[in-house]
Design a protein around this ligand. Structure first.
Ligand code: ZN
Ligand code: ZN
Ligand code: ZN
Ligand code: ZN
Length: 114
């Protein structure tokens, strides 16, 4: 997959696409390191869940197995690459779909220890 570009242009130049390093669930956009810092330096935005766009080892997109996955949706129990997540992921069924980085990582509990 070719690399994704920042879609914010808050701290970077729109004419020179910067490599997107994060996807923010609440902003619903791709962000480079600089924009991610700038946007989430704001107190209101610090709680945003940002997912690093590193490809997940040994996980492939459930839409097209040639795509390397970057997200996992626990609601669908499927992995997605970014393009398929945006274009093909069905999230209009009334359930909450919140992508996360790893299959099985438990985000439902807020337990910190163990
Ligand atoms: Zn955000
Ligand atoms: Zn940027
Ligand atoms: Zn889903
Ligand atoms: Zn895909």
């Amino acid at each position: 997959m070719s690399s994704l570009s920042c879609a914010e242009f808050q701290a970077c130049d729109a004419k020179v696409p910067s490599k997107a390093t994060f996807y923010c669930v609440q902003c619903n956009s791709l962000q480079c390191i600089l924009c991610e810092k700038q946007i989430h330096g704001n107190l209101d935005n610090q709680q945003h869940e940002r997912l690093n766009l590193d490809q997940i080892d040994d996980e492939y997109c459930s839409i097209d197995k040639q795509h390397q996955a970057v997200f996992y949706c626990p609601t669908c129990a499927s992995s997605f690459c970014y393009a398929c997540y945006v274009n093909q992921h069905q999230h209009s069924d009334g359930r909450e779909h919140k992508p996360q980085k790893y299959r099985g990582e438990q985000l439902l509990t807020t337990e910190k220890n163990k």
